[in-house]
Design a protein around this ligand. Structure first.
Ligand SMILES: Cc1cc2nc3c(=O)[nH]c(=O)nc-3n(C[C@H](O)[C@H](O)[C@H](O)COP(=O)(O)OP(=O)(O)OC[C@H]3O[C@@H](n4cnc5c(N)ncnc54)[C@H](O)[C@@H]3O)c2cc1C
Length: 1016
């Protein structure tokens, strides 16, 4: 008996023989597409620019615009490798109207290669042609990027319409193979689940399923009546579990339980795909009706690797291509071994993967007519032909839709066709030998592991492996390069959802407790308390903290002052380790702290988790920073003299924080002060005083000495003002409103009798953040990001979007989608996972925001206001004003709630002028695909943090040091390399080390002894 490998080789060789009779047109030299691909495969920079140009083109309306973009994307590329493009650019300058059209036609031509038709009518032409070639079809509707429920309803209606057309137009068509045709209906529709619900949130699969099922049922019902097959496509990992759950749930319902014509995709590049497939098979057996699985490797490899790296998550996909190939074969075997309940569809263009499925089916005695091969429209034509000729069932995946929504699909195909790792490129562009292409991927993997084969994804792979290196203690490494952020919690995993639910229910039982002040390590009750209430349910008291008055403030200053004398001489390494222990405790108590934030400040799950992550990051980042700057460093290498630059702490720091990032901002300012050797009096906001108490508890557990950190909630106007003016307070770190910030700034400027130091004020204040959407912006992204930036956490982030600036050219297009998107965001109690808009913090805020809404109504046009907000709790409906002018109050004053002012402008000049025309300069955003405009925005927008093509909220420690200027603050950057310097005074000590003309030859780079003599 021959081995499986030799059977695979034999079949593979036969496929190649047939394939070689028909050249693959995608990789031949002729034609615009082919030349572009050839250039892309030679030059990565060109490839990136080309794909970006392809991406933006459909949104450009005028020929002049097309030519401008062409120049911007390609004019600066290195000469020599793309003469074709340079000639094109030159020509385009001379005759833009002709060149614009020619370009659009050519790029549309590229898309047409992969898109079967614009509408059902067009698609039918392609399907009829394939019928003649004995190739079946599954049609997929492009346009999965939906931003609102209106758009999802349109997608569902288009699916129904398509089903009708396909059924009508294919009446009388029969299965090309004949045998076992009952398993393979002629009409086959592939559905993108995310296109049916715009608010899918991985943390809340139940909510998604509750919205998706009613939209799917009519489609499934009609498909069943028409004898069609429905396949659930698989998209990004974030939606995977929900899609699987939905599939199992809906096909277990009485109406669909005995319907065999349903299928789903399994992606072999996912590490958990085998477990998912086995689970599906168990489900299928319990259900007792046949179903289908399309096995693919997966289309989002780059996206998944980027996303997981950005968030610090374990990467869900394999890192090495042969691992995906091996897994594809393992899953092929599982499918065949369970053929009695599941029909396999193998979605691959890789001859090795295909030949393996053929050979294995033979080995296991599976009739070839009981499974099928599926390939993409416009790709691997000769392979399809070969498979048909060999007597296999072949189905083509045919995308249908307009060019604009089709661009992301086109870019995915371009990436696939030019990928270094891809089979098609290896076979058709690089002529890799057939023997090589048919090699057992297990063998390749073994060799790669033994280091025999170079790994093409080395850079990424190594970076992934080292995703969590220990926080570097090297003194000379630049921190920004080495700091690895703490990971966010990935709520895709059921386990994390469960932990959060449990934490919420446990926290509920602990609400209402009393918390003392902590002064000099002693717990102090004052007889007066501040009640912190749950803004979703104002009758519920989250906790009551003791209220400090002037007497306690005085005690705290004395304690901090006296503790300072020892703490300042504590080696920075010990102080850094204190922060690291605190970070570890926060990590341990992560879900508990998140749950507390949900109750105390109304944060949705992911926002709460983001705050804890940020607090952890501050601890770790500042610890690392302190190690970098802590040691006295030689200034210059001069014979005979030694000068050492170093820092001293300032003294007693008064830290005053807001409630909107109750652990991160309070913790960030406090840990910065501690690690630099200052002692701290920490005053949390009254609304988040319980979070402050938790922070105190954490630092105590971490081992902060008595008096070094003192917890002192109280009234800002009484004890806060007293401490700001206090002669023994050396530094004030404040984050909060402009009104209070300016008062502190002024008051601290007055030198009081007995004061030793000029007070240092670190002051972070508000913003009136603008986002500009350029005329060529990707609206699928811009709308989602702007909606989130404006309404996420109720618009109560310092960085939230509050002025949206639209160019008149695309004003109508943006507004149409924005209003519908705003109508779709989830408003509700943030205890529910997946809620975007919860309650605002308290009654005062509630009334203030409602008042601004009234002002808005009198100044501008109320374009949208949500109706269905919960009646109890401080819920403000998301609100959008149009016809807003820059001088109106709603365009100038900080509202700090879910209210957006939309300003219409003529062009980008005016947009930037309007964006800059406020008192504030905190964050700003710009959505554009014009490289020149992006550069302009980067250079000219006045804000401390300028975000291009992404949400303007969500700064990450170390990655996006955060803080503004003008009336937004002192220009300092929390989470940045120079933040700690503000908590320090610089010193230089110089010693003449020459004695009678003799001086030591070597001068050490660092000298610690005089700061930390061992005897002290
Ligand atoms: C009919 C059909 C339907 C499809 N439907 C879906 C779908 O619903 N959802 C979906 O996600 N995909 C889907 N795909 C798959 C996807 O679009 C690609 O076409 C497919 O992954 C290419 O695999 P291949 O076997 O043809 O080529 P190969 O060249 O053998 O494999 C390329 C694939 O290997 C994987 N890969 C690349 N680099 C690495 C690496 N460094 N480490 C690990 N793995 C790597 C990637 O998945 C890449 O796409 C479908 C494919 C077909 C043919």
């Amino acid at each position: 008996m021959r081995s499986l490998q030799s059977e695979i080789e034999q079949r593979g060789t036969r496929i190649f023989e047939l394939v070689n009779q028909h050249p693959e047109s995608l990789f031949s030299r002729a034609g615009f597409y082919q030349r572009m691909m050839a250039l892309s495969m030679r030059d990565e920079q060109f490839k990136a620019q080309l794909f970006r140009f392809v991406d933006v083109l459909p949104s450009l309306h005028r020929s002049g615009e097309i030519v401008e973009h062409l120049e911007e994307y390609f004019a600066d590329l290195r000469d020599g490798f793309a003469p074709l493009v340079h000639t094109g650019v030159r020509l385009a300058r001379i005759v833009p109207w002709v060149s614009g059209r020619v370009l659009r036609w050519n790029i549309s031509g590229m898309a047409r290669q992969f898109i079967a038709g614009k509408n059902p009518h067009d698609v039918m032409k392609a399907l009829r042609k394939r019928r003649g070639q004995k190739i079946g079809f599954t049609v997929d509707l492009l346009g999965e990027a939906v931003v609102s429920e209106t758009e999802t309803n349109e997608y569902a209606a288009r699916c129904l319409d398509l089903l009708e057309t396909l059924a009508r137009e294919t009446r009388g068509w029969t299965d090309p193979l004949g045998r076992n045709s009952e398993l393979f209906p002629v009409v086959n529709l592939s559905v993108k689940i995310s296109a049916l619900y715009s608010q899918m949130n991985p943390a809340d699969p139940a909510n998604a399923i509750a919205h998706l099922a009613p939209k799917l049922r009519p489609i499934l019902r009609r498909a069943r009546e028409l004898g069609a097959f429905i396949n659930f496509d698989m998209e990004s990992y974030a939606h995977k579990n929900t899609t699987l759950e939905l599939f199992k749930k809906i096909f277990t319902e009485e109406e669909f339980k005995d319907w065999p014509h349903a299928g789903i995709v399994i992606q072999a590049y996912l590490r958990d795909s085998e477990a998912d497939l086995r689970d599906l098979i168990d489900w299928g057996r319990a259900r007792g009706t046949r179903f289908a699985v399309r096995l693919v490797k997966g289309a989002y490899w780059d996206y998944e690797t980027i996303k997981s790296r950005q968030n610090g998550w374990d990467c869900p996909v394999y890192f090495q291509k042969p691992e995906s190939d091996v897994n594809f074969e393992t899953l092929t075997r599982i499918l065949f071994e369970n053929e009695s309940i599941v029909t396999g569809a193998f979605g691959s263009h890789n001859v090795r993967s295909i030949a393996h499925a053929q050979a294995l089916a033979d080995e296991l005695g599976i009739d070839p007519s009981r499974f099928e091969f599926q390939l993409l429209y416009g790709m691997a034509g000769p392979i399809k032909g070969a498979l048909v000729e060999m007597g296999y069932r072949v189905r083509e995946y045919c995308p249908a839709g307009e060019l604009l929504p089709g661009m992301s699909y086109l870019v995915r195909r371009l990436l696939e066709n030019t990928s270094n790792e891809g089979f098609l490129r290896a076979k058709f562009a690089e002529n890799v030998s057939e023997q090589e292409l048919l090699r057992d991927p297990c063998e390749l993997l073994r060799k790669s592991r033994n280091g025999v084969l170079p790994r093409s994804n080395n850079a990424t792979t190594n970076a992934m492996k080292d995703r969590h290196p220990s926080h570097s203690r090297s003194l000379d490494t630049p921190p920004g390069d080495t700091y690895e952020n703490a990971p966010l919690t990935n709520f895709v995993h059921q386990e994390n959802q469960d932990k959060m639910r449990k934490a919420l229910s446990e926290m509920r039982t602990r609400l209402g407790k009393e918390y003392p002040l902590v002064i000099n390590g002693e717990k102090v009750f004052t007889g007066k308390t501040i009640a912190s209430i749950n803004p979703s349910s104002p009758d519920d008291v989250v906790g009551a903290v003791a209220e400090a008055g002037i007497a306690e403030a005085e005690r705290a200053v004395r304690a901090a002052r006296s503790a300072f004398e020892k703490w300042r001489w504590t080696p920075f390494e010990e102080r850094a380790q204190l922060l690291e222990r605190a970070a570890a405790i926060m990590e341990r108590r992560r879900f508990e702290l998140s749950a507390l934030e949900v109750f105390e400040v109304g944060k949705p799950w992911t926002e709460a988790d983001g705050d804890i992550r940020e607090a952890i990051d501050f601890c770790l980042f500042y610890a690392q920073q302190m190690r970098r700057i802590g040691r006295p460093r030689l200034t210059q290498n001069v014979p005979g003299e030694e000068s050492y630059y170093h820092y001293w702490p300032r003294g007693v720091a008064f830290v005053v924080a807001p409630w909107n990032f109750p652990l991160a901002i309070l913790g960030g300012m406090m840990t910065a002060a501690l690690v630099t050797g200052n002692t701290v009096i920490m005053k949390p906001a009254e609304q988040s005083a319980v979070c402050g108490a938790m922070l105190m508890e954490i630092l105590e557990e971490a081992g902060v000495p008595p008096g070094v950190l003192n917890y002192l909630p109280g009234k800002g106007s009484v004890m806060g003002a007293h401490l700001v003016d206090h002669k023994d307070v050396d530094l004030i770190a404040f984050t909060g409103s402009r009104e209070v910030g300016l008062r502190i700034w002024e008051s601290a400027g007055i030198t009081r009798p007995g004061q030793r130091e000029l007070k240092r004020v670190i002051c972070e204040m508000g913003g009136k953040n603008a986002v500009i959407i350029d005329s060529d912006a990707d609206l699928d992204e811009a709308i989602v990001d702007c909606t989130y930036s404006a309404f996420g956490y109720q618009g109560q982030k310092c960085s939230a979007l509050s002025r949206l600036i639209l160019l008149q050219e695309n004003y109508d297009r943006v507004m149409e989608r924005l209003l519908k998107a705003a109508a779709s965001v989830r408003v509700g109690n943030p205890e529910e996972p997946g809620v975007t808009v919860g309650p605002v913090i308290d009654e005062t805020a509630y009334n203030r925001i409602l008042n601004y809404i009234e002002i808005g109504k009198s100044e501008a046009t109320l374009a949208y206001q949500r109706k269905d907000v919960p009646p109890k709790g401080f819920f403000i409906p998301p609100t959008i004003f149009t016809d807003v002018k820059p001088n109106m109050r709603i365009a100038r004053e900080e509202i700090f709630g879910p209210v957006v002012s939309v300003l219409k402008v003529r062009d980008l000049d005016e947009a930037i002028a309007v964006a800059n025309g406020t008192d504030y300069a905190l964050t700003a955003g710009f959505f554009s695909r014009s490289p020149a405009n992006i550069e302009r925005a980067k250079a000219q927008i006045e804000a401390g943090n300028v975000y291009i093509n992404r949400s303007c909220t969500g700064a990450v420690v170390g990655r996006h040091p955060f803080g503004g200027f003008k009336m937004s603050g002192g220009g300092t950057k929390a989470g940045g390399a120079d933040y700690l310097l503000q908590f320090l005074v610089p010193r230089v000590v110089t010693e003449n080390v020459t004695r009678h003309g003799f001086a030591p030859e070597e001068t050490p780079q660092y000298r610690d002894e005089f700061l930390w003599p061992t005897a002290r």
